[in-house]
Design a protein around this ligand. Structure first.
Ligand code: MRU
Length: 351
């Protein structure tokens, strides 16, 4: 089932439709041309939506997976907790296999599992009600965390600053506000006017299709640039700060985000422009000591050679490398803006 809406900023990116047993999400593969809300009811559909980036961005993936697992739990027919848990654990493992890099996916699924295990002595309908409450908590905490990141981030910016961002870490990557774009939205609410440079973000164009789209709908002064124009805008004094999102923060502060982010950080360091990583605490992975331990998703070659082109734009059979993420070394990060405050080096997120 699908429904269309006018303004993406007026709709939560991910939501539960309890009456219809459905996960509602904005299909991001159809933006910017069509704003379509999908209603997903099966685990397979939820897995596919995460895998194909219909829902994407670390916080949004976490909330979607939690709701997907709740819907799976609701469909389990078992008389004992052990029977229930066997199917629940298999649904959890399936959803966790959709994408490997954003830690929020595993964080949200672990929170759901922890609720089920903690209440194993209760009747199964009660456990299911508690799982539903947990999906609401995860969603509400995400909205609040993004708002707090916005407040903290805004305190580092000045009216009319030029801000550069990579990929999409906005409303569409979370439930509301986003992470890296939250300070921009909060600034807008208070009458501040930023000039935003959105990197188009090859190969899937999250910057062009999503960031440029949602910022323009919100009325933010937005300029789209190709990924290879970052040095140009920095050298010409157009950018006063970089705001980047994050898919996983290692214990030493190494930050994994969309491919290309580390190059932007190196350029920002060269031009002495502050490079801020915006991350909710759900993106912190205290079990991974450094960025070297973060699994990097490798995606199909066709995204580089064929996608968006009327015909393939590379010789048939050419070798293609398509890592979806890279790691920005902690030494390049001026500050990490979390929902708990602004952190400065040295970073230490270990257990
Ligand atoms: O592959 P994507 O589009 O899911 O990658 C998303 C990003 O890299 C975002 O910057 C990141 O998830 C931060 S979202 C608030």
């Amino acid at each position: 089932m699908a429904e269309t809406i006018d303004n993406v900023n007026n709709f939560d990116t991910v939501a539960l439709d309890d009456d219809n047993n459905a996960l509602l999400l904005v299909d991001q593969t159809r933006l910017p041309h069509e704003t379509v809300i999908l209603a997903l009811t099966s685990q397979r559909e939820v897995w596919e939506a995460i895998r194909q980036l219909r829902v994407r961005g670390a916080p949004a993936i976490g909330v979607a997976a939690a709701i997907g697992l709740y819907l799976a739990a609701r469909a389990i027919r078992a008389d004992t907790f052990d029977g229930f848990y066997r199917e629940f654990a298999s649904a959890k493992a399936y959803l966790a296999s959709a994408r490997p890099t954003a830690v929020n996916l595993f964080w949200a699924l672990d929170r759901m599992e922890e609720v089920a295990l903690r209440h194993r002595d209760k009747p199964i309908p009660e456990i299911i009600a508690l799982l539903r409450a947990q999906t609401e908590a995860i969603r509400d905490e995400d909205i609040q965390a993004c708002r707090r990141i916005g407040e903290f981030g805004l305190s580092l910016l000045r009216d009319k600053d030029g801000l550069l961002t990579v990929c999409n870490a906005g409303q569409l990557a979370a439930v509301r506000y986003g992470t890296a774009l939250a300070p921009i939205y909060l600034g807008l609410e208070r009458g501040m006017r930023f000039r935003v440079y959105a990197c188009e973000t090859r190969p899937l164009l999250q910057g062009a299709r999503l960031t440029a789209f949602e910022l323009k709908q919100a009325g933010v002064d937005t300029t789209l640039i190709c990924d290879n124009m970052v040095s140009y805008v920095m050298k010409n004094g157009l950018v006063q700060a970089v705001l980047a999102g994050c898919d996983r923060l290692a214990a030493n502060g190494d930050a994994c985000n969309k491919i290309g982010t580390s190059g932007v950080a190196i350029l920002a360091s060269y031009y002495r422009i502050p490079f801020y990583v915006c991350a909710p605490t759900s993106s912190i992975d205290p079990h991974t000591p450094t960025g070297a331990g973060i699994p990097i998703e490798q995606r199909p070659a066709g995204e580089v050679t064929d996608m968006w082109y009327a015909r393939p734009m590379a010789p048939t059979g050419i070798h293609v490398l398509n890592p979806a993420f890279d790691v920005t070394d902690h030494s390049l990060i001026t500050a990490i803006i979390t929902d708990c405050g602004i952190l400065r080096p040295p970073y230490a997120f270990g257990e």
